[in-house]
Design a binder for this molecule. Structure first.
Ligand SMILES: Cc1cc2nc3c(=O)[nH]c(=O)nc-3n(C[C@H](O)[C@H](O)[C@H](O)COP(=O)(O)OP(=O)(O)OC[C@H]3O[C@@H](n4cnc5c(N)ncnc54)[C@H](O)[C@@H]3O)c2cc1C
Length: 346
């Protein structure tokens, strides 16, 4: 019997491999990089942290309040908002460490599939056979483009790290950060990341980043310690299963309001593992997926569209109105976005 082949050793591929190894199901990861551990600061909620089974040591900062800022600098505070800042590198290394006998081929990129023969070709000319192929190869997935022409909307992000102390902040900026947000993420008590994501409009993300900094009085941070960024998917595929090939993690898209997320990734790993370990028909994954995500993602799509079609003035007005209301202490980013969208509709 050929193994289940997983393309990509990111959080999706590694955690699926870990589960399959634990239950004695033969699987193999093919990873284009020479090792595991991509640098990148990430905020995750407590549930996601637990689902990954991550140890406390990888938490670099505990968030207990999130500030939302309108284009004119009006602020709303979500107190008791809980989340952890971790680094993707530490998460991946810790996932790898937990697999007692990992079966990973490094330094080979999957470049072509022969779906009929259930074989794939890697960049160095090696051919691998699979029983089931799982595309965990991220936002620019080669597996995805081999099975569907469907394109996924993406956001480009640019961020820099500085010495400093600021609260976790989300900048709702429909013009500047079109399709996404600007942010400040504390990385420790002494270090922060400032960043911005937006749809590609011919303006460099770096330029938008400097405008955001200036606009919100963050120019005092000028000695950049590290530059980061990347691409996030902000929409999802109509289906994830294509005969004996399935896409999970960023390869199958992201949350429309929040972008590609470790939250979606870990839930998908668990849903797929359920199908694979019980030897159910792979097609059932699509049904499970729709039951789990579809309605929530459709709502997020509406919210995202409402915010993107708003003007800066609209957003400022809503912030002023919400100021007078008692806001929930807890309820993550989407609660506030729902309020914004609702008020915009009115
Ligand atoms: C700037 C930025 C900020 C983010 N912030 C957050 C956040 O705060 N919270 C959150 O939850 N999520 C965040 N995310 C999203 C999160 O990082 C992703 O959702 C998550 O990493 C998806 O995991 P994955 O395993 O599906 O894909 P990836 O992490 O992209 O891993 C894919 C792997 O596949 C490999 N690969 C790619 N192509 C091939 C190929 N052809 N052959 C072999 N291997 C291949 C890659 O080398 C990589 O190792 C952010 C993303 C970005 C870019």
């Amino acid at each position: 019997m050929e193994p289940i082949v997983i393309v990509g050793a990111g959080p999706a591929g590694l955690s699926l491999h870990e589960k399959l190894c634990e239950s004695g199901i033969k699987s193999l990861i093919i990873e284009r990089k020479k090792s595991v551990g991509e640098y990148g600061n990430r905020v995750i909620n407590l549930d996601t942290f637990k689902l990954f089974g991550s140890p406390e040591e990888i938490i670099s900062y505990k968030i207990d309040e999130v500030v939302f800022s309108s284009p004119s600098g009006e602020k709303l505070r979500a107190k008791k908002e809980r989340g952890y800042v971790i680094n993707k590198r530490d998460l991946e290394l810790c996932l790898l460490d937990r697999i007692s006998e990992p079966n990973i081929v490094y330094g080979k990129a999957v470049i072509k599939l022969n779906k009929k023969k259930k074989k794939l070709l890697t960049s160095d000319g090696t051919i691998f056979s699979y029983s089931i192929l799982v595309g965990c190869d991220g936002v620019h997935s080669t597996v995805r483009s081999s099975v569907t022409d469907e394109q996924i909307k993406t956001i480009n992000c640019y961020a820099e790290e500085y010495d400093g102390q600021e609260p976790t902040t989300v900048f709702v900026e429909p013009d500047l950060a079109k399709g996404f947000y600007g942010w400040i993420m504390p990385l420790s008590d002494k270090r922060i990341e400032i960043g911005i994501g937006s749809v590609n409009r011919g303006v460099s993300q770096k330029e938008l980043f400097h405008i955001l900094k200036k606009k919100h009085g963050l120019d005092k941070y000028s000695r950049s310690l590290k530059i980061t960024g990347g691409t996030l998917p902000v929409d999802f595929l109509k289906r994830e299963v294509y005969s004996d090939i399935v896409l999970i993690g960023d390869a199958s898209g992201g949350e429309p309001a929040m972008g590609g997320s470790l939250h979606k990734t870990v839930d998908e790993v668990n849903l797929l593992f359920n199908i694979l370990s019980e030897k159910k028909n792979l097609e059932e994954y699509d049904i499970l997926w729709n039951g789990f995500f579809l309605e929530e993602f459709k709502t997020q799509r509406k919210l995202r569209n409402a915010i993107d079609s708003a003007t800066e003035k609209d957003i400022d007005k809503v912030f002023k109105k919400l100021h007078k209301k008692r806001l929930p202490d807890k309820g993550l980013v989407t609660t506030i976005f729902k309020e914004i969208a609702l008020n915009l509709e009115k």
